[in-house]
Design a protein around this ligand. Structure first.
Ligand SMILES: [Zn+2]
Length: 290
């Protein structure tokens, strides 16, 4: 793989499958919203060294570039580069959007065959178009769940708040050409799995070579504390579904010793899940290159 030193983590899964972490900048969210129903006394100490005086936490935009013998898959596109100065300021977005981040890591956006997104919230689908409104990945098929497109472009004011509808309308036909209805192997070894919970059509991405699989659970596993299935965010549209599906997926991740990549963790995004009483814990692994 033509990756270089700017890639902080990559793994050879065997069978011609490789995965690299590409981070597409950072934005800042209200800490209380990230912890949703969890009382502050329970999470305060976990973020004491990173919370800002105005109670925000930095959110990395973690994307994956998957190389298989049949093609390249990009998982997530980050916030992108099309927001107004006002929105950029509000979200305190900084760093490289997905296109320069990919190039810096050694991948040409034109070489991406499939773009898979866990869901279509602004911080995952924002990079589908470049700054001029052209398709950022001109050869790629876009794979998100049909249910996600439908709810994202729907009319429920609570549900649509996290989607950038004018932007999504620009790419709707592109998205419809590849949307998935249920579980689908998008390239040999790369499977999308509907989960719901965080959003109606949210999906996980599981990557399998000949060795230990890599799992990206999207915003069901944003940060290390997400390993507790009951610790969900205020952004989870269907919270009880999140709790249930997290329990199921995390049990499988433990049983099969999956490597887990967290969607918004800036410092220790790579790790594994281990059982911890009636929940799980996230054990980070040191970022490595191979
Ligand atoms: Zn997100």
């Amino acid at each position: 793989m033509a990756m270089n030193d700017s890639v902080s983590w990559s793994a050879d899964l065997g069978g011609g499958v490789r995965v690299a972490l590409v981070q597409a900048g950072t934005f800042w969210s209200d800490a209380g919203a990230l912890f949703g129903p969890v009382p502050r006394v329970m999470w305060d100490r976990l973020v004491v060294d990173e919370i800002t005086p105005d109670h925000r936490l930095g959110q990395a935009l973690n994307c994956l570039l998957i190389e298989t013998s049949a093609g390249r898959v990009l998982v997530e596109t980050g916030i992108g580069e099309r927001m107004s100065d006002k929105v950029r300021e509000m979200r305190r977005y900084s760093g490289d959007p997905i296109l320069p981040a990919l190039r810096m890591a050694g991948f040409e956006p034109t070489s991406v065959d499939v773009v898979a997104m866990s869901h279509l919230h602004f911080d995952h689908a924002g990079g589908l178009l470049d700054g001029d409104g052209r398709r950022a990945f001109p050869r790629a098929v876009i794979v998100a769940q049909r249910a996600e497109w439908e709810i994202a472009l729907g009319t429920n004011s609570r549900l649509v708040a996290s989607y950038d509808q004018p932007e999504l309308r620009l790419v709707r036909d592109w998205g419809a050409a590849g949307w998935a209805e249920g579980e689908r192997e998008i390239l040999p070894g790369v499977t999308v799995l509907p989960t719901g919970g965080h959003s109606a059509g949210h999906q996980a991405v599981i990557v399998r070579g000949s060795g230990r699989p890599v799992a990206f659970f999207g915003d069901l596993a944003m940060r290390p504390w997400s390993a507790n299935p009951r610790w969900i965010t205020a952004f989870d549209d269907f919270p009880l579904d999140s709790v249930e599906v997290k329990g199921e997926l995390f049990r499988q991740a433990v049983a099969e010793d999956w490597t887990v990549v967290l969607s918004h963790e800036p410092r220790t995004p790579i790790g594994r899940l281990v059982p911890d009483r009636d929940r799980f814990a996230f054990e980070p692994v040191r970022a490595t290159k191979d």
